[in-house]
Design a protein around this ligand. Structure first.
Ligand code: PMP
Length: 431
């Protein structure tokens, strides 16, 4: 039976009728997207949007990039899925490829299907390796929606279940608008030291995002993770590095933890590894991997289609030098945002992040609270043909994380549109 096109209103009505009510939390008036091509997506009327959100850092190589989809389709027609009990080549090739990219002696990869599942596996692995139960996590972090990953998620908004695992200790994040990054980093470290002194021998791992995505593009001071790792090592606590939103070049490095010169014990990855096809993994050393010593398997984890796609993604990211590109274009985008901050100091309170993972925090007023202003900007930008994101503890940070193939012209055009929107918002008698 052929699909009947029901238009934006039809899709919206069906979504309201058949999806869970909790799924609508972003746009007031979401566009219906029907087609994508590199940095652009299109609605049913053919209106073009430049994508500065990329599905939260997923489509790093661009929508429907033919260099990648060709290899997905080739594998789809060759051998789609079997079981992990048989030998197939794409998965082992991908694991070997990741080993070349992973830092230190991390060389073993376990494939799963989503970021939540990768972190869940990493947390389980840490418990099995250390024989300890507890976890430490950062305030305002986000690690997933399964029970254990939600338990280590600090962002209140994403803690749905009130019966979460209680053996998690949250420590202050290394950011505070009232403090310098140095001071906030030192405070967080002190907090960590106290927790470790009190119950370090009960803690299996600390899980962190090197740069918090949903928490509002929070990048700690340069020495922070080095000190964290040294403290954790004293107590035999593992460091789990959640690179799900930051991985594969987005921040100007293959993994964002490289900016801090730290080799974690376990790295979890997902999102951009498949450029839109589900593939995720957690990687570790020989020694830690040996502790996952009971049978464990994932039906779709590392299936040939996902693995072939991820191999094409890594070829593309390396071949096109997308990490270098992200660093370079990120500078341009950040400069543009900083210039807007200078022009509208009452509206933009902070610009932060690195590479093509940037945030602009909006300040509110009595008339228009910051979260409402953020939603206004999102809608206005969408109408002008730009999709941007929002995040942060107070839902008032504009998020910029475009495909890494975005161009300087796209960036300049987006900044120009944002300038118009902010100019309108700064007018005291705006509608
Ligand atoms: N960790 C981080 C840092 C994330 O940003 C996300 C998703 N936003 C997740 C984990 C969860 O990934 P998934 O939605 O694939 O389960």
């Amino acid at each position: 039976e052929q699909q009947q096109f029901i238009g934006r209103d039809g899709v919206s009505a069906k979504r309201k009728q058949y999806f869970y009510p909790c799924t609508a939390h972003f746009y007031r008036d979401a566009p219906q997207l029907v087609r994508g091509s590199m940095q652009f997506v299109y609605d049913e009327n053919g209106k073009q949007y430049t994508d500065f959100f990329a599905g939260v850092s997923v489509v790093a190589c661009g929508h429907c990039n033919p260099a990648i989809t060709a290899r997905t389709i080739e594998q789809l027609q060759q051998l789609q899925h079997t079981s992990t009990v048989y030998l197939t080549q794409p998965g082992v090739d991908l694991a070997e490829r990741l080993e070349q990219l992973l830092p230190g002696s991390l060389r073993r990869t376990f494939f799963v299907n989503s970021g939540s599942e990768a972190n869940e596996g990493a947390l389980l692995l840490a418990r099995m390796h250390t024989g300890r139960k507890g976890f430490i996590a950062l305030e305002s972090g986000l690690h997933g929606r399964t029970n254990l990953t939600m338990s280590v998620t600090g962002l209140q908004m994403w803690r749905t279940d009130k019966y979460l695992d209680e053996d998690v200790t949250f420590i202050a994040r290394p950011y505070d608008p009232e403090l310098t990054l140095e001071e906030a980093g030192a405070r967080s470290l002190k907090n960590l030291e106290h927790v470790l002194q009190e119950k370090g021998d009960h803690i299996a791992a600390m899980i962190v995002e090197p740069i918090q995505g949903n928490g509002g593009m929070i990048m700690p001071v340069s020495w922070y993770f080095r000190e964290v790792k040294a403290l954790l090592d004293q107590y035999g606590v593992l460091l789990i590095d959640d690179e799900i939103q930051t991985g594969y070049g987005r921040t100007g490095a293959m993994f964002a933890m490289e900016h801090f010169g730290v080799v974690p014990d376990i790295i979890s990855m997902a999102k951009a590894l498949g450029n839109g096809v589900p593939v995720a993994a957690f990687a570790t050393t020989d020694e830690i991997a040996a502790s996952l010593n009971r049978p464990s398997a994932s039906t779709f984890g590392g299936n040939p289609v996902s693995a072939a796609t991820a191999l094409a993604v890594l070829d593309y990211i390396e071949g096109e030098r997308l990490a270098e590109r992200a660093a370079e274009l990120g500078e341009r985008l950040k400069r543009g945002l900083q210039q807007l901050q200078e022009r509208y100091p009452a509206l933009i309170s902070d610009v932060r992040g690195t590479g093509l993972m940037l945030g602009a925090e909006l300040a509110g007023s009595d008339a228009v609270p910051a979260a409402e202003l953020t939603d206004d900007v999102l809608e206005e930008m969408k109408d002008r043909g730009y999709l941007i994101g929002k995040n942060g503890v107070n839902r008032n940070v504009l998020a910029f994380q475009p495909p890494l193939i975005v161009t300087a012209e796209d960036i300049d055009g987006m900044i120009k549109a944002l300038n118009e929107v902010l100019l309108q918002a700064s007018h005291p008698h705006r509608k």
